[in-house]
Design a protein around this ligand. Structure first.
Ligand code: IVH
Length: 683
């Protein structure tokens, strides 16, 4: 790890240095919105400073960040807060939560009778939004808690914070502004286009964005409320619990913690709270924005009032911090891999660093344009964090930590695999051999033989490599004319050759969607291949289709249609060979005659999403096979839950999609219930 926990501070000089470092780091954070410190490292530094101050109270510096809202360096504006904007105390474990619960119980004379509201701790910047007669008139930053900066220039750029409410409410709504992962990516695209430094992570981007006034571009952020207070002595808020007030705020059209995927739940006991915290921590990687913990509040305002406040935080609420989901590490080198379509993709090799229970050692660098725009160099310190994707993210180097030893990332001159020319015309680079040719051939054949395509069990990379080396295979169609001898040579066993022959024979009967998918045409994955096969019914019809008719296919982006049509034409000779070898070229269940290709069945007209692991009667079906089943039964399959979703099939370990479906009141079926529904279609 490149960022060890700071050493305990044993003498005054190291204490002074630590205070200086902490002040500089938070000043940088609140200034440019960019800090040289990760959250976890900053927290650890602050803990060491606090420990030293406990031991040597006589040495405490007046400008020490300890115990100050915003570490004492948050920009303090001149707008007075009507009610102080406070911080939250922290706990890090079940034991500490119990202790907090006990101290709350002492203050209110027993466990919270009104229960506990449990909601995400959003990782952004706190603001107060003042509405007068339904109009958003002012935004104020947290500042030092008593006074904050006027941020009204950001009005109109924050999703979830409408400029005008349906209702003439006068109220101050408080909450967190953040950049969702998607907004963050968009923000960096915009900044790159304007030659501005890219944000190194969403949280830093939020701070910088809120404060910026004269940018020639607009960056959209998102707001979720977690509280509300009265304004101008108007009694707008009527609820007597946090949950009710949040519902009242939501009814105004303002997003609240209850509108997030995690939502707001009330728990009766601290054991339930602990279980919910664990659940939220499991949902966390799939969320569209960052959270750094869970906030627990006594739900009843009467109990909140009895519990009261410490100087800087309420006794009635606590932040249960989750382990850091990001860390700083070093970019050691960049490796270039060639994908199945000949795509040449850079991957960052990082000094391994532990983040929230797993060791991260690689991150995607997307494409050469990303490397250029981020300005990243080998040896740079970078922030790495986990997202819903399998591959972690890094965004930009922490330039302030450069030592001068960094070296540029060298972009390949030739395809790193076959050393042939590279097609650099697009943002992504490709081996000029392309799919089915050049060095994309091995991965593309592996893909074609894969479980969701031709499903030729046993035909792994080693045998494919041998078949390519011997020259027996030069494209996917050649697989179907292999002789027993050729296979025996490649597999070095007659027995294996026989079982491969049987598998290949079986593969000839695969439905058109799988055969088409096996061609590995760029921008046609499994889902789109199924759509294309259902739409056209036969390979002949697909080949006859021009870009315009291809664009009619459900889910096929019109912009991709010409390239797909061109590639189908290029693959003509391969398809002819497939036909000659006796490979099936029709899609069962699709009716070409009337162009209406939807099968009739128990799922007719229904949009179905599957999440979690499948067991019992569905255990043998992977996601692609589940989607095939849904479509055979007349439904449409999709991968994300929205208002249009009719059914969510929730398997084991279902996470954020289940939460979203619950929130949207979508019909949720267990694996068994779903299996019963489509029993006639299960083979
Ligand atoms: S309640 C008086 N709820 O965390 C209690 N705060 O470390 C005020 N935050 O300044 C805060 N999510 O910016 C509350 N669901 C949530 C929150 C939340 C994020 C932030 C907020 C606050 C900081 C305290």
């Amino acid at each position: 790890m490149t960022t060890p926990a700071p050493a305990p501070l044993t003498d005054r000089a190291s204490y002074e240095a630590a205070v200086d470092t902490a002040l500089a780091a938070s000043a940088a954070y609140y200034g440019e919105g960019d800090t040289t410190y990760s959250d976890a490292r900053f927290d650890a530094l602050v803990r060491e400073i606090a420990a030293y101050e406990d031991a040597f109270p006589g040495h405490v510096r007046a400008d020490s960040p300890i115990g100050k809202v915003g570490g004492g360096v948050a920009p303090v504006g001149d707008v007075a807060h009507t009610v102080p904007m406070l911080s939250l105390g922290n706990v890090f474990s079940a034991e500490e939560l119990t202790k907090w619960g006990a101290s709350l119980a002492r203050r209110i004379g027993g466990p919270a009778a009104g229960g506990y509201a449990v909601e995400p701790k959003l990782d952004g910047a706190a603001i107060a939004a003042r509405y007068r007669k339904g109009r958003l008139v002012q935004l104020v930053g947290r500042g030092d808690g008593a006074h904050g900066e006027d941020l009204s220039h950001a009005i109109g750029t924050i999703v979830g914070l409408p400029e005008q409410l349906d209702n003439e409410a006068t109220v101050e709504i408080r909450g967190e502004v953040l950049l969702t992962q998607a907004q963050f990516e968009k923000a960096n695209e915009i900044r790159t286009a304007h030659n501005a430094k890219v944000f190194s992570n969403p949280r830093n981007g939020t701070a910088g964005t809120l404060r910026a006034k004269d940018r020639p571009y607009v960056i959209e952020t998102t707001f979720f409320a977690y509280g509300a207070v009265g304004l101008d002595s108007v009694d707008f808020l009527v609820g007597d619990t946090h949950e009710k007030v949040m519902a009242q705020v939501q009814a105004l059209g303002v997003q609240t913690t209850a509108s997030t995927e995690v939502g707001l739940r009330t728990c009766k006991t601290l054991e339930e709270v602990q279980a919910r915290v664990e659940e939220i921590s499991r949902l966390r990687p799939g969320l569209p924005f960052g959270i750094d913990g869970v906030v627990i509040k006594a739900d009843s305002f009467a109990e909140q009032e009895t519990a009261g406040f410490a100087t800087r935080h309420p006794h009635w609420a606590i932040a249960y911090k989750l382990p850091a989901s990001e860390a700083q590490t070093k970019l050691l080198r960049v490796v270039w891999n060639v994908g199945r379509t000949g795509n040449i993709a850079p991957t960052a090799v990082l000094e391994p660093v532990e983040v929230d229970g797993s060791v991260l050692a690689r991150a995607t660098l997307h494409n050469p344009a990303f490397i250029r725009d981020s300005g990243m160099m080998i040896g740079d310190t970078v922030m790495v964090w986990k997202t819903g994707d399998v591959i972690p993210r890094i965004e930009a180097p922490v330039v302030d930590l450069r030592t001068g030893e960094e070296t540029p990332i060298v972009l390949p001159e030739v395809c790193p695999k076959c050393e042939g020319p590279i097609n650099k015309s697009g943002e992504r680079w490709e081996c000029a051999g392309g799919a089915g040719g050049g060095c994309g051939l091995l991965p593309s054949l592996k893909y074609a033989a894969g479980r969701d395509q031709l499903d030729i069990d046993g035909l792994g990379v080693t045998y494919i490599e041998a078949l390519l080396d011997s020259g027996d295979v030069a494209d996917v169609a050649d697989l179907f004319t292999l002789t027993r001898e050729q296979l025996a040579k490649a597999a070095r066993s007659e027995k294996r050759a026989d079982s491969l022959l049987a598998e290949i024979e079986k593969a000839k009967a695969q439905p058109l969607n799988r055969v088409f998918c096996a061609l590995g045409i760029k921008n046609t994955g499994r889902t789109l291949s199924r759509e294309i096969a259902r739409h056209f019914h036969t390979m002949e019809a697909i080949r006859a289709a021009d870009a315009e008719s291809l664009a009619q296919v459900n889910k096929l982006p019109g912009a991709n249609a010409p390239k797909i049509a061109a590639r189908i034409a290029e693959l003509g000779p391969v398809i002819d060979k497939l036909v000659a070898a006796g490979v099936n070229m029709t899609e069962p269940g699709a009716d070409a005659a009337d162009g209406e290709t939807k099968a009739e069945g128990p799922l007719s007209g229904l949009a179905v999403v599957v999440t979690g692991g499948m067991h019992g009667p569905l255990a043998h079906l992977n996601r692609n096979a589940m989607n095939e089943l849904i479509e055979k039964a007349g439904g449409t399959s999709s991968s994300s839950v929205s208002k249009k979703t009719s059914i969510l099939v929730a398997g084991e370990g279902a996470g954020s999609k289940l939460a979203k479906a619950q929130q949207l009141d979508t019909k949720i079926l267990s694996e068994q219930q779903f299996a019963d529904l489509v029993a006639d279609y299960l083979t």
